[in-house]
Design a protein around this ligand. Structure first.
Ligand code: XMP
Length: 316
């Protein structure tokens, strides 16, 4: 594809002109925008890029390994940070959704600043800002969008970066095309959005390691199932939610009293409004069977049939 290849050359030349021999810091969320930017910057400035991926313990099954496997072989100087313990400690006992977001945002900035000091000094902070983010700062890719958590102008003096935003004029499908040419694996390239606060806002109420572990296994069955049945790309976003509801069930001769998991899949153009995805009943039946058979902490599975509005896509 001549056009996208031409755009890549131009973006690389622009970055090189802006950055000179400066050093660049990038937060990787694991989503398509920041991952693609990592690949582009690796081509443009090589080792003068440091990409930081913070594992806050609220990721999905295998996600950190997937990000490492996608970026390191393509030359991205990637630092992964295990910040799970500090996030869990900060979130201990917190059940209010907005409070969870605030704490995660604060801890994210704290961890990111620490890494910036450890590997710095840096002259530039790169962000995968897209054209729609420029005209309206809604939705977004999550943890890697520093501005959604923190005003860059408000960082401490020794972290007063200049911004590098090569995708400011691009739309998502253009970034996906660039990602393809740069060799980003399709699983990352076509990935649904995943919120910065991660599984914390899908594990309703106060989170614990045990609950996150249950949710991770349910989510993995659902998302893998969507891929296996060829339904993933037809949904804009799909997620599993662990509810605090316990209900009575029966397993063999035993009565159970276990948790309810909810599945949600939506179609949308802009994430401002959304329809629930009309997934085939047979597929939902298969998912329900797999979940209750493989995740013993779950004895009931429900499918969310609410649009946005009045519901939101996430449950918190
Ligand atoms: P809602 O739930 O508001 O979600 O319908 C709309 C889109 O935004 C994502 N979302 C978030 N992304 N931080 C993020 O980075 C957040 O706190 C957050 N809350 C929701 C959600 O996954 C969906 O794509």
């Amino acid at each position: 594809d001549w056009t996208a290849e031409h755009i890549i050359d131009e973006l690389i030349a622009d970055v090189q002109a802006q950055v000179g021999d400066g050093r660049v810091l990038l937060a990787i969320s694991g989503g398509v925008d920041s991952s693609t930017l990592g690949l582009l910057l690796a081509r443009a400035v090589g080792e003068r890029l440091t990409a930081v991926f913070i594992d806050h313990g609220l990721l999905r099954l295998g996600e950190r390994e997937q990000v490492e496997a996608a970026l390191r072989p393509l030359g991205v100087n990637l630092v992964t940070v295990d910040a799970r313990a500090e996030f869990m400690a900060a979130l201990n006992g917190v059940s209010d959704p907005e409070q969870k977001r605030k704490i995660i945002g604060r801890e994210f900035i704290r961890a990111f600043e620490r890494e910036a000091r450890q590997y710095g000094p840096f002259d530039f902070l790169a962000q995968g800002t897209l054209y729609p983010d420029v005209i309206e700062s809604a939705g977004g890719e999550g943890a890697a969008n520093i501005k959604s958590h923190h005003n860059v102008g408000g960082l401490p003096d020794d972290l007063a970066f200049k911004l590098v935003e090569p995708f400011r004029t691009l739309f998502k499908d253009e970034v996906r095309e660039i990602a393809r040419l740069l060799g980003l694996p399709d699983a990352v390239r076509m990935r649904h959005p995943f919120p910065g606060p991660g599984l914390a806002i899908r594990c309703l109420g106060a989170i614990t390691e045990e609950k996150l572990d249950i949710l991770r296994r349910v989510d993995d069955i659902f998302i893998s199932g969507l891929r296996e049945f060829g339904l993933y790309d037809g949904c804009s976003q799909a997620l599993a939610i662990l509810t605090p509801i316990q209900s009575v069930g029966v397993m063999g001769d035993e009565r159970t009293y276990s948790f309810t998991a909810a599945l949600r899949a939506v179609t949308t153009d802009d994430f401002m409004t959304a329809e629930w995805a009309r997934l085939p009943y047979d597929f939902l039946a298969t998912m329900s069977n797999r979940i209750v058979n493989q995740v013993h902490e779950i004895n009931r599975v429900v499918y969310d049939i609410t649009g946005k509005p009045p519901a939101t896509i996430e449950w918190e």
